[in-house]
Design a protein around this ligand. Sequence first.
Ligand SMILES: Cc1cc2nc3c(=O)[nH]c(=O)nc-3n(C[C@H](O)[C@H](O)[C@H](O)COP(=O)(O)O)c2cc1C
Length: 161
Amino acid sequence: METQPKALIAFCTLTGNTEEIATRLSEELEKCNVEAKVEDIMVASAKDFLKYDICAVATYSFDTGDDTVPQEAMDFFEDLGKLDLTGKIYGVLGSGQEDIYEHFCGAADRFEEQFKISKATRVSDPVKIDFNISSEEDEQKIRNLAGSLVNGYSTASMVKL
Ligand SMILES: Cc1cc2nc3c(=O)[nH]c(=O)nc-3n(C[C@H](O)[C@H](O)[C@H](O)COP(=O)(O)O)c2cc1C
């Protein structure tokens, strides 16, 4: 019987850059036979992750001095920290502006900490994209993350994809 893993990528965006990043990740996962869903973080709920094998968050950063996540992602963020995601594989992606802001993709780092609290399995550093996907290097970072997520799932479930 073939097992098709499922991924949920919750994204948070103001001007679209992060949605594009989330969508690119889903395309790369689909190429690896993963059923990937991309959903706005204001619609998704963190506990939806319990129904998925691969859990990802893509977020922009909007630091107003408190070095935290965007306001509309706060409920999701707090709920994520209360979940037990043992056995799930997670990934975090961020869009920010490296030259302008002190903490590049700070919100992605916050989500990374929250996933650690949830006990999900880490397979990669957060993928940080400067503004939007604009180079082969950016594309490669996303492909690498997809590969790490799929390998992590395969190792954990002993299923070769
Ligand atoms: C007021 C303001 C604060 C921001 N703060 C940060 C920040 O702390 N770190 C960072 O890397 N980028 C920061 N950014 C840049 C945005 O995260 C970046 O433009 C991102 O691409 C927006 O993503 P979106 O198109 O998905 O909304 C800030 C932008 C604005 C307008």
